[in-house]
Design a protein around this ligand. Structure first.
Ligand SMILES: NC(=O)c1ccc[n+]([C@@H]2O[C@H](COP(=O)([O-])OP(=O)(O)OC[C@H]3O[C@@H](n4cnc5c(N)ncnc54)[C@H](O)[C@@H]3O)[C@@H](O)[C@H]2O)c1
Length: 320
């Protein structure tokens, strides 16, 4: 059975999904007002004020951590040490060394350590992955993400941590490689020390490259990921309602009679149907599947670690 810790903005969405899946058995928050509100909504669920009380509840097999980011590492560590499976909201830790410790702890006790990277469960992102893995795009050359808008202006978390974590998790999932180079540049225009605009560059051992434009100081509202392959190109646009994924049969090629000059080919543009399943529900189901022994729990934890390590390196580069 599952417990959710943290009932602020995001935790209630997780609680709702686990309740709908019939496995929600406990909730926890430091705030008595929130505990009272959710005790009314879920009368059969046990309510705790302290995270440590969850650890002593033998009826709980998995804990979902939806508390503020700086608490993720210590709470996940104590949950794993207590023998509980863990789904921890993004990012699961703030330092590469912290996530490496969590991954080792999970492996030692054979427990699930799953990061809550919501976009990885988006059917549109799954489609991109399917196209890449099936070789539909030919060799993948580069990937770039755009996550821009005017606002919400954050003052405690920069654009890399607030926005970049989503795109980074997708880029690393699509390419399935750890970057050899991770460079970030940005500026803190509105709040000293908090970058509002960040540009990131990643280079991978295979030679692929990636870029992210992250900003809340922008005229465009964009949530887009573009993948350029040698044979086709594909765009995932999360602002679109019906055209989430567009495949372009566009590519460069060399005609024998053109004496080695590059020509370009523009063929069909197609829009595959993308399921409208709620990504958060799919994420919650994946946690239950992993607990049940299905799937590769070690890879899920290791993939989560890759994102934190890359974030850590980008942060060092941004600060430098
Ligand atoms: N996947 C997504 O799209 C998405 C969206 C929003 C937020 N999030 C993530 O969800 C997490 C929570 O964000 P939020 O906006 O809901 O934060 P929030 O501040 O609104 O809520 C956090 C809650 O945690 C409680 N809390 C703090 N420490 C606790 C502890 N030790 N034990 C029990 N409860 C504790 C607080 O009382 C608060 O109610 C963050 O990691 C954030 O990155 C993910």
């Amino acid at each position: 059975m599952i417990a959710v810790a943290g009932l602020g903005y995001w935790g209630p969405n997780l609680a709702r999904n686990f309740a709908e899946l019939g496995v929600l058995s406990a909730l926890c928050d430091l705030d008595p007002g929130l505990r009272a509100r959710f005790a009314e909504r879920y009368p059969s669920v046990r309510m705790y004020a302290e995270f440590d009380e969850l650890l002593q509840d033998d009826g709980i097999t998995g804990i979902v951590i939806a508390t503020p980011v700086p608490t993720h590492y210590p709470l996940a560590r104590s949950a794993l040490a207590a023998g509980k499976h863990v789904l921890v909201e993004k990012p699961p830790a703030m330092r590469g060394s912290e996530i490496d410790e969590l991954v080792a702890l999970a492996a030692e006790h054979d427990l699930v350590l799953m990061p809550g990277h919501l976009l990885l469960y988006h059917p549109g992102v799954r489609k991109l992955k399917e196209l890449i893995d099936a070789g539909e795009l030919g060799e993948v050359l580069c990937v770039y993400g755009n996550r821009q808008n005017l606002g919400i202006v954050r003052t405690n978390e920069n654009a890399l941590w607030s926005l970049g974590v989503h795109d980074l998790s997708v880029i690393l999932y699509l390419l399935d490689e750890e970057p050899a180079e991770a460079v970030a540049h940005g500026r803190d225009f509105l709040t000293e020390g908090v970058e509002d605009v960040v540009f990131c560059f990643l280079r991978f051992p295979s030679g692929k490259i990636a870029h992210m434009h992250l900003s809340w100081l922008d005229p465009h509202k964009m949530r887009k990921m573009t993948v350029v392959g040698r044979e086709k190109m594909v765009v995932f646009d999360d602002m679109e309602l019906e055209r989430k994924v567009t495949i372009y049969e566009k590519s460069p090629w060399k005609r024998a009679e053109s004496y080695g000059e590059w020509q370009t080919r523009s063929g069909d543009i197609s829009i595959p149907k993308i399921a409208t399943d709620e990504p958060l529900k799919l994420e919650c189901q994946e946690f239950l599947r992993l607990i049940a022994g299905e799937g590769d729990r070690r890879k899920v934890a290791e993939d989560g670690a890759r994102v934190v390590r890359a974030l850590d390196r980008l942060t060092v580069s941004l600060d430098g």
